[in-house]
Design a protein around this ligand. Sequence first.
Ligand code: EAX
Length: 323
Amino acid sequence: MRKAVLALLTALVLAPPAAAAVKIKLGVVTKPGSAQNVAAEKFKEVVEARSGGDVTVKIYHSASLGSETEILQQIQMGSVQMGIITLGPIDAFVPEVDVVAFPFLFKSYDQVDRVLDGPLGAEILKRMEPAGFKGLAFTENGFRHLTNRVRPVHTVDDVKGLKIRVMESTLHKELWRALGANPTPMAWPIYTELEQGTIDGQENPLWVAWTYKLFEVQKYLSLTGHVYSAHAVVANLGWFNGLPRATRDLLTDAAREAARHERNWNRSNEADFLAKLKKAGMVVDEHPDLDSFRDKVAGLKNLDMFRRPGTAELLEKFLAATR
Ligand code: EAX
């Protein structure tokens, strides 16, 4: 009996402490069915299954935590642990992310995967640390295309004077100014503003136009593909670094897996989204004169954020890798 008690006590003393439960609040601005949510749900599924429920993820969606900018602020403060956020609004915190969104940079999805999953993508994620973010992976919003309610847009001249909603991002504002539009920064979602005509148009991947029913309030779609738009899976850096090694590895692997899954979701559904948008009555220009657009954006290389020490070189490397 005494032996048994002793054995039990020894086992209790020597047993590794049960891993403390980790609870993750993860914010996305978009609603279920959106790219961010597809990634977030996959991330949750993988994390909870592999940790045997020790790590749980609660997804706060549909802007219940506020705009993407506000989610980032809450992650910085640590009241929210993670988010899946479009790079656009991240540029106020980490200007280097604009390198990824440089217009007409990526020519194909193969290039996207090679560059973002390679050393250059890792470098961008690393650059998030001084702002207090741990960047875990890039998920995909997709190639952005222009929609508007006023007229068909074939050449860049057709953009002139259109009031285009842009993300809360310096690069996106400068880009649309360079293209001749009247850019209006606004947080997502923007259906009401499009409906009321406060803005004439917007630009986003095809899944957005379908999922958010933009076809109801936007007649014209031009497949401009002007920017490849990524999201970053970000965490509070201090919180992340304080987790046990095994948990950090689990979160990193799960983020990468969610990224693969969600990019595949976006790419395999794109043709279907386009067909549905046409069927819903949108007038689509599938081959706009992109050279006329390219001519106007070359000068963006001279924007302040691209001239910062360390960023200019990074942009050159991205340009070289995507030539
Ligand atoms: O994914 O604000 C935007 O235009 C974003 O792309 C939005 O989160 C949709």
